[in-house]
Design a protein around this ligand. Structure first.
Ligand code: KG4
Ligand code: ZN
Length: 335
């Protein structure tokens, strides 16, 4: 049955193969690839949905945060479509949209207020969510995003890019108690996160203590000398510390906001097996309605942008053709 949150198509054009050689995203390569792929992606999305341009009620586009060159490709295409079709244009904050991914396909919306957690490659933030259109930032990472810590740690272990899924898979066969990695203990009253110390602890465990500092530091070992089992133990121990840090913060936030009924989670790292299992246990323990996205809706996707736009559409909250793009999210800075 088709409801207001039914996903009719969700086409993803990844560029991982273009950026793998650099172990990170190269902005110029990314924007060129967007330009080449946007028209075929739109065509494919309509075909998969069995829809024509005339069937669309509005055009939504992720216009922040991100690499400006890539965002502008999407914003320009969306404006052209909105103008040509005479339909409203809706610019969406990508980080905010990750929180909607868990309700896509759901027949009923959960109860509010909710606690919202976004764990992606670029962001790690915790929110109180009075309703899906509004978020109040409770905490965020003060250094690396969780996905970034996964990717950097995976790079240390030589697992390729993006490394999160590979590290997750390797961790399944490792001993998560082999190493006692630090769980960042920021001041008790804070709901912020920190993951750069964990990544450094993994680096030292894998390569030994460095002689010298910064880029000139020399390590006694190379991680490529580690056996698969040793790498699996490092991965599992990393994952235990990383997930424990997230769960502890959530427990603290729930304690401070006892009115929350629902736990909304999104972003690439919410595909992580250990995190999903521990979130389910936490939600069961606290009687919360956990809304976890299907794995393909955890990572960046267009369906969540449309899902967020639905909420704005129902309120008649549209943008005009002067819509810009921004490198920064509107929802990740403390007021
Ligand atoms: O939300 P997303 O697709 O992009 C951003 O908005 O950043 O998140 C991508 C991040 C990457 O860091 C990737 O390594 C991580 O999500 N990721 C995972 C897993 N799947 C994706 N991290 C840990 N375990 C996974 N299974
Ligand atoms: Zn994302």
């Amino acid at each position: 049955m088709r409801g207001p949150r039914t996903v009719l198509s969700n086409v993803i054009a990844t560029q991982h193969e273009l950026h793998e050689a650099y172990a990170g995203v190269v902005p110029e390569i990314a924007s060129r690839a967007h330009l080449e792929r946007i028209a075929p992606v739109v065509t494919e999305a309509l075909r998969e949905a069995g829809a024509a341009f005339g069937d669309l009620d509005a055009i939504a586009v992720g216009n922040r945060p991100g690499l400006i060159g890539s965002l502008l490709v999407g914003v320009s295409a969306a404006k052209a479509l909105a103008w040509a079709l005479g339909r409203p244009l809706i610019g969406i904050d990508h980080v905010h949209a990750h929180l909607v991914a868990g309700v896509l396909g759901a027949e009923t919306l959960p109860a509010f207020p909710a606690l919202g957690l976004v764990v992606s490659g670029g962001h790690t933030s915790l929110y109180r969510v009075p309703d899906l259109a509004r978020v109040e930032l409770l905490g965020r990472t003060i250094d690396d995003a969780l996905g970034e810590a996964y990717d950097k740690s995976a790079a240390i272990l030589g697992l390729g890019y993006p490394g999160g899924p590979a590290l997750d898979a390797l961790a399944q066969t490792g001993d998560d108690r082999a190493y006692d990695f630090p769980v960042a203990a920021l001041a008790r009253e804070r709901l912020d996160f920190s993951f750069s110390g964990l990544k450094t602890a993994l680096l030292y465990a894998a390569c030994g203590q460095p002689r010298g500092r910064g880029a000139g530091a020399k390590f006694s070992r190379d991680a490529s000398a580690l056996s698969r089992d040793e790498k699996a133990d490092l991965a599992a121990s990393f994952q235990r510390a990383a997930v424990t840090a997230v769960i502890r913060k959530l427990r603290r936030a729930i304690g401070r906001h006892p009115d929350v009924r629902t736990l909304l989670v999104g972003g690439g790292v919410s595909a992580n097996r250990r995190l999903r299992a521990e979130l389910a246990a936490l939600a069961a323990d606290r009687g919360l309605d956990l809304r976890l996205p299907a794995p393909e809706l955890c990572v960046d996707n267009a369906a969540m942008i449309a899902g967020m736009a639905m909420i704005r559409f129902e309120r008649g909250d549209f943008d005009d053709l002067a819509l810009g793009a921004s490198a920064r999210s509107a929802v990740t800075a403390h007021a």
